[in-house]
Design a protein around this ligand. Structure first.
Ligand SMILES: *Cc1c(COP(=O)(O)O)cnc(C)c1O
Length: 433
């Protein structure tokens, strides 16, 4: 007889549980999905995404605001549709993302365009679509945008992304708000830039923007950035340039390894208090969360191919690799790795480095993990909803993984596994010799 008791979800995230020793997302056993669709397989929980979004919506309730999901975190069309249908706008960083955003049905006025290297073609494309705002990152870009819009007989809505020079206290590769990185316009040049922008007939100043980094787990850096941005708003408006909205970017962290970032609603109640105290209580707020909306909604399922115990290290070779899940190789990032079928408690765990088949020593998913596994077992790499599939590559001519969206007890394939033929499609053979 089987029992249906939910076992304690040791180290598991919301919307996951072990039921009858099987890892379940919402109401769907993950083993079933792996058998149905193969591995590596990304699986996302719709409820987890909507619950993460709801925390922001609660935090900003009653205030004019727009939540623009930073779609580079995970730009799969069905993920975009899920968030767009729940009311999100989108933060894009390329013309390709604009096409995806429009395909997913977003209202163009709810699209904002970030990034340091927008091309003229991308600017024209976004102006034609009628996006809500360009977040401009340099004086040179501002002048080019002015020219492009002017030639089209348009006024481009602009925000200047300011570099508030605060330390987000996160990994250096994902810290963006300090002097000395490529993002934003230096604090001391911001006011002149606004005065200049306001005088350009191809531009219409609508807001101000900052984004200080990613995987931020403390409230302090946000409060510091807010103070610096509000100081700037005050100074800019004193020069006669109106700022309709203030965009505080994204960056809120998630629990990868017992991290304890503030909840989005708690963070925003503190930030709103600060805004009110400074007299900006009814200013329109934009935010650009990415990771915190999707990161903990996703897992990557992978099958153990081989056990390779060694004198110095034990390697667990699995069928997912750095091309599927680049964060460990790229940032030495930590993802929890848990068995899909809970092992019997008496089984002895061994310490393994979990590695993929790609021909690179950097191809690892986890180091020194205590797991009790056999070849053929399934593992779930947790917190794989953000910056995994959207960073996946075809290195080693590996097709990108399939993706499934879970909603309660239902599951829907939202991306087919990529075939070698898909990968060759845009290549051209040389003529016969
Ligand atoms: C990447 C990015 C975001 C989202 O960051 P998260 O850490 O995923 O929330 C928001 N704004 C800009 C400009 C970005 O580049």
């Amino acid at each position: 007889m089987t029992t249906t008791s939910d076992l304690p979800a040791a180290d598991l995230l919301p919307f996951f549980a072990y039921r009858d020793q099987q890892l379940v997302m919402e109401g769907v056993p993950l083993e079933r999905l792996a058998h149905e669709h193969g591995t590596p397989l990304f699986v996302y929980s719709k409820a987890a995404m909507l619950s993460a979004l709801a925390a922001y919506q609660r935090g900003l309730k009653g205030r004019p605001h727009l939540i623009c999901y930073a779609m580079k975190a995970n730009s799969s069309l069905a993920i975009l549709q899920t968030l767009v249908r729940a009311g999100c706008g989108l933060d894009i960083v390329s013309g390709g993302e604009l096409e995806r955003a429009l395909a997913a049905g977003v209202e163009p006025s709810k699209v904002i365009f970030s990034g340091v290297g927008k091309t003229r073609a991308e600017m024209r494309q976004a102006l034609t679509a009628g996006i809500g705002c360009f977040n401009v990152e340099s004086r040179a870009e501002l002048d080019v945008l002015n020219e492009v819009a002017h030639d089209m007989g348009r006024r481009a809505p602009v925000s200047v992304r300011v570099n508030p020079n605060v330390d987000a206290q996160t990994h250096p590769y994902i810290s963006t708000g300090l002097k000395g990185n490529k993002f934003g316009i230096a604090h001391e040049d911001v006011i002149d830039t606004y005065v200049h922008a306001a005088a350009c007939d191809g531009l219409r100043v609508v807001g101000i923007d900052c984004h200080i980094g990613s995987q931020i787990t403390q409230t302090g850096p946000y409060l510091d950035a807010m103070d610096r941005v509000l100081d700037l708003v005050e100074a800019i408006e004193a020069r006669g340039v109106a700022i309709e909205h203030i965009d505080f970017g994204g960056g809120l962290g998630i629990d990868y390894q017992g991290d304890t970032p503030p909840e989005a609603d708690a963070l925003w109640s503190q930030l709103l208090q600060r805004m009110e105290a400074r007299g900006y209580g009814d200013r329109k707020i934009y935010i650009e969360p990415g990771r915190s909306l999707v990161g903990n909604a996703g897992v990557c399922l992978t099958e153990v191919l081989y056990l390779k115990p060694g004198e110095h290290k034990n390697f667990l070779i699995v069928d997912a690799a750095m091309n599927d899940l680049p964060r460990p190789a790229m940032y030495q990032a930590f993802h929890r790795i848990v068995p899909v079928a809970q092992p019997q408690t008496e089984e002895q765990a061994t310490t393994w480095d979990v590695v993929g088949p790609v021909c690179e020593s950097g191809d690892w998913l986890g180091r020194d993990r205590a797991l009790s596994v056999r070849a053929g077992d399934l593992l779930a790499v947790m917190s794989a909803g953000a910056y995994c599939m959207s960073m996946a590559s075809n290195y080693n001519t590996r097709g990108r993984a399939a993706e499934v969206l879970v909603d309660g007890t239902r599951s829907t394939l939202i991306r087919e596994r990529e075939t070698p033929a898909d990968q060759f499609r845009t290549e051209r053979m040389l003529p016969a010799a």
